[in-house]
Design a protein around this ligand. Structure first.
Ligand code: LMG
Ligand code: NDP
Ligand code: PMR
Length: 397
């Protein structure tokens, strides 16, 4: 469905929070890390005031699917406004964007970050190297290329007794040089299986947890990308994303039928871009199905070209050498890991980014704006179809 281009200004909701508030301290532990449900957070700056919020100009180009979430109403204790520490799960927080976001949020003291990672030791080392303090994060094992692992993670999280306030689906794999497909534990082509199907199941399994949370602004965020959007120059670099009639997805993306969603021959770069289209469509379908009922904000984003991350680990060395230079000086789309982490942290916690159904991007001055998705990435029929087929593939229907 075509996007409307009617622009309107989205005014940030404003509120302030008082420092004290009776915060009951309840401690338990998970995997040896202390769990603190209510903390004596430093609330001097206001709990939702991210570092950059005051300078954010939100330019809005509204999409048809977008609606505004209710404004925050922090709970009142004896006439004082208080807000407990939020809990955010970030998948793939062991490097790149996920790690930078985890660091940024943990440094505010207002968030407990559950780092959902496939490599526990790598995540622990990364958190330490980033200087994150132990009381602000927990590492939990999650391998998105195994549906069993996704289910175990969801069960484990539920058993931890933590509320779930924000879920960030960030992890991804990119196989630009693979000649042959590889597969997840359940037999799906790896990129779509991990980036889309793993996250699809995870989000569905954790939706009830989010519904139950009493946090004033609950959010489900999926990291999309410009390269999945063919309404941009970057999205037109071959191979282009396209889901076609989804006969390959319908067939299960396995070695017996096609490994590609559109039914074509395997192409690792295309599979990645297709998976990002699925991510962006999934977020919109979530919005259509659940926003009104739950008040949860559903959003996707393009954080900028973070040309130095592990995402390009499988690319040829020459590409890894030239790509950051190309993005810095030619396209000027380059963004550092730190800056991209600040951007995603804004989508997690900034009071001005509560709108649901939105695809966020940032301009050259690092101001956020509602971007327009490509025709395919905003096609409501395709979104429903991706949802319905994916439900079957992950065993939800
Ligand atoms: C595929 O290639 C890969 O095969 C696949 O593995 C996967 O990565 C996939 O989409 C991801 O891409 C895509 C294909 C696109 O190939 C390339 O991108 C290779 C680069 C081709 C570059 C040709 C330009 C040569 C001219 C250079 C001289 C210009 C100097 C500029 C000044 C620079 C100052 C620092 O291929 C195409 O579709 C070709 C489109 C051609 C567009 C030309 C745009 C020019 C941009 C300038 C490029 C600068 C080169 C930097 C290289 C960075 C690496 C990307
Ligand atoms: P990285 O490779 O640095 O980070 C990806 C993370 O995903 C890693 O922590 C990785 O774990 C994790 N991961 C991969 N496979 C699995 C799995 N099976 N189970 C659990 N975790 C897994 O890349 P980026 O930080 O660049 O990517 C983060 C997100 O940003 C992705 O969604 C990507 O599509 C998106 N993005 C990136 C852009 C860029 O320019 N880099 C641009 C636009 C979007 P491990 O550390 O163990 O490898
Ligand atoms: Mg692309 C404004 C131009 C722009 C931007 C913002 C990106 C982002 N790229 C742009 C242009 C170009 N790129 C041009 C003109 C070319 C041809 C030279 C080009 C090439 C290129 C390659 C080969 N770009 C790439 C690749 C990759 O392998 C990356 C990719 O597609 O990963 C899926 C990539 C990217 N360019 C981007 C971004 C953000 C990426 C990677 C990450 C992603 O989408 O997640």
């Amino acid at each position: 469905m075509a996007l409307q281009t009617a622009a309107h200004v989205f005014a940030p909701s404003s509120f302030s929070l008082h420092k004290e508030g009776k915060s009951s301290l309840k401690e338990s532990s998970l995997f040896g890390f202390p769990l603190i449900d209510h903390v004596k957070a430093d609330m001097k700056r206001g709990l939702f005031n991210s570092r950059k919020s005051s300078s954010i100009r939100v330019q809005a180009v509204a999409s048809a699917a977008a609606t505004t979430a209710p404004t925050f109403t922090p709970s009142t204790v004896q006439g004082k406004k208080t807000l407990r520490k939020g809990t955010v799960i970030i998948t793939g927080a062991s490097s790149g964007l996920g790690l930078a976001t985890a660091k940024s949020l943990s440094e505010t003291g207002k968030w407990h970050v559950v780092m959902a990672c496939r490599d526990f030791l790598k995540a622990e080392k990364a958190a330490k190297a980033a200087g994150m303090s132990k009381e602000n994060y927990t590492i939990m094992h999650l391998d998105l290329s195994s549906l069993d692992s996704v289910r175990q993670f969801a069960d484990g999280f539920k058993r931890s007794g933590r509320p779930l306030d924000v879920l960030v689906c960030n992890a991804a794999v990119y196989q630009p040089t693979a000649r042959e497909p590889s597969f997840t534990a359940d037999g799906f082509e790896l990129s779509v299986g991990t980036n889309h199907l793993g996250h699809f199941l995870l989000s569905r399994l954790l939706l009830d947890e989010m519904k139950q949370s009493d946090y004033p602004s609950k959010r489900l965020i999926i990291v999309g990308s410009i390269t999945g959007n063919t309404n941009t120059l970057a999205g037109n670099v071959p191979p282009k994303a396209s889901l076609g009639d989804m006969r390959g997805l319908q067939g299960g993306l396995n070695g017996l039928s096609s490994t590609m969603i559109d039914g074509g021959g395997f192409d690792g770069a295309k599979a990645y871009k297709d998976s990002k289209v699925c991510n962006m469509l999934t977020m919109q379908e979530f919005h259509r199905r659940y926003h009104e009922e739950t008040g949860i904000t559903f959003a996707s984003l393009y954080p900028g070209c973070i040309a130095t991350t592990g995402l390009f680990r499988e690319h040829i060395p020459l590409f890894r050498l030239l790509f950051p230079v190309f993005q810095k000086f030619v396209t000027k789309g380059f963004v550092t890991e730190e800056e991209s982490g600040e951007r995603l942290a804004q989508v997690v916690s900034d009071p001005s980014l509560t709108k649901s159904g939105v695809y966020w991007s940032w301009n050259k001055d690092s101001a956020s704006f509602e971007n327009q998705l490509s025709k395919e990435a905003s096609n409501a029929d395709k979104a429903r179809k991706v949802w319905e087929i994916s439900e079957k593939l992950v065993g939800l229907s």
